[in-house]
Ligand binder design. Structure first.
Ligand code: SAH
Ligand code: SF4
Length: 350
């Protein structure tokens, strides 16, 4: 029997379940509150009658993200988690401390189908989508671990969020729900490699979240070599969708650009990029590429990074080089899991 994934349900669906099982509808809200306060077992739900808890236990499963590995950066307060889902699949999350509070970078899929050449997750292949409750459980488990509220979320871990559209949207509904964690939609960012059809869909939802688009190249020739998705939707189509998104939501788009020595970091790349972004409400986030074994890519030098920023700025495009947090703990997309899988769990445990 497939048990009900109860933490993925919204309040209306829970109320419908109560009806099916012959319980009064007001119980739905109580269960919802328990689940979103991080309850792991129905036995914890002490304001529910025992008989009801027994039915729930039989019919439902409560998703959780169990800490499998935890690595704390010695350079800053970044913590990297490898979480295990109920079925044994593992994903990564990275918790960062900023002056405004805690922010967590979470995964939306186990692996990824998109196959970007520079990405550790892309190299590990795809296993399955995460459910809304599994996406949420990463935030809950990290918050429980540090005993603090997490106020900001970035969907920038393993996987392509727009390739798991319905589950990601339900997650957003749950995590911003007043009776749940009540996070501000403006405190959430979603990063995509550029699945144009779903950028339009998302734009039409008119949510106040920040859209990050992983651009990494100023033209199709370079982008085709790095990101297979570009062969399906080229840069012109992608940037048109970005304009539409920012017009619909009045929000600035954040463009991610990993600087790779000799590949996409030349002066002319910065000029070409500036030309393409003209007229789009944007901000460019430059990231010195993280070394992933087997890619052969190298970080751009500090001078290159600075020059790239200054060229973009001279065209009126705001740009910053992203502070790389947790560089000593492989705190970037898929790196820890990849090592864990390769070394059969020999990466240091905590
Ligand atoms: N699939 C989504 C979100 C997850 S990837 C996306 O691609 O946007 C999160 C971010 O990490 C993306 O911007 C991605 O391009 C970037 N990234 C992946 N591997 C990287 C590496 N080796 N160095 C720097 N950035 C990397
Ligand atoms: Fe997938 Fe994003 Fe990695 Fe590309 S960069 S393989 S889309 S996770």
């Amino acid at each position: 029997m497939n048990r009900v994934d109860i933490k993925s349900k919204n309040l209306e669906e829970l109320a419908a379940l109560m009806e099916t099982w012959g319980f009064p509808p007001y119980r739905a809200k109580q269960i919802f509150q328990w689940l979103h306060r991080g309850a792991r077992f129905f036995d914890e739900m002490t304001n529910l009658p025992l008989a009801m808890r027994l039915v729930l236990q039989q019919q439902c499963e409560i998703a959780w993200a169990e800490i499998r590995l935890k690595r704390c950066s010695k350079k800053d307060e970044t913590i990297k988690y490898l979480f295990r889902m109920n079925d044994g699949e593992q994903v990564e999350s990275v918790l960062m401390k900023y002056h405004y509070g805690y922010s967590i970078c979470i995964s939306t899929q186990v692996g990824c189908k998109m196959g970007c050449s520079f990405c550790a997750t892309g190299k590990s292949g795809f296993s399955r989508n995460l459910s809304p409750s599994e996406i949420l459980s990463q935030v809950q488990a990290a918050s429980a671990d540090i005993g603090e509220r997490i106020s900001h979320i970035v969907l920038m871990g393993m996987g392509e969020p727009l390739d798991n559209y319905e589950n990601v949207l339900r997650f957003l509904e749950l995590v911003t729900f007043p009776e749940g964690m009540n996070l501000g939609m403006r405190h959430i960012s979603l990063s995509t490699c550029g699945m144009v059809d779903n950028i339009y869909r998302l734009a039409n939802e008119k949510l106040q979240l920040t859209l990050s688009v992983s651009l990494h190249a100023p033209n199709d020739e370079i982008r085709n070599k790095m990101m297979p998705v570009n062969k399906r939707w080229g840069l012109a189509e992608l940037l048109k969708a970005c304009s539409y998104y920012s017009n619909q939501t009045r929000r600035r788009i954040s463009f991610e650009y990993a600087l790779i020595s000799g590949v996409n970091d030349m002066d002319w790349c910065a000029r070409e990029l500036a030309g393409r972004l003209k007229g789009i409400l944007s901000h460019v986030n430059l990231i010195p590429v993280n070394d992933v074994t087997g890619t052969g890519y190298r970080k751009s030098s500090l001078e290159r990074q600075k020059k790239f920023v200054s060229i973009l700025e001279s065209y009126g495009i705001p740009a910053t080089v992203r502070r790389t947090l947790g560089s000593d703990i492989e705190a970037s997309c898929g790196q820890l899991k990849r090592r864990y899988d390769r070394e059969g769990g020999a990466a240091d445990e905590n």
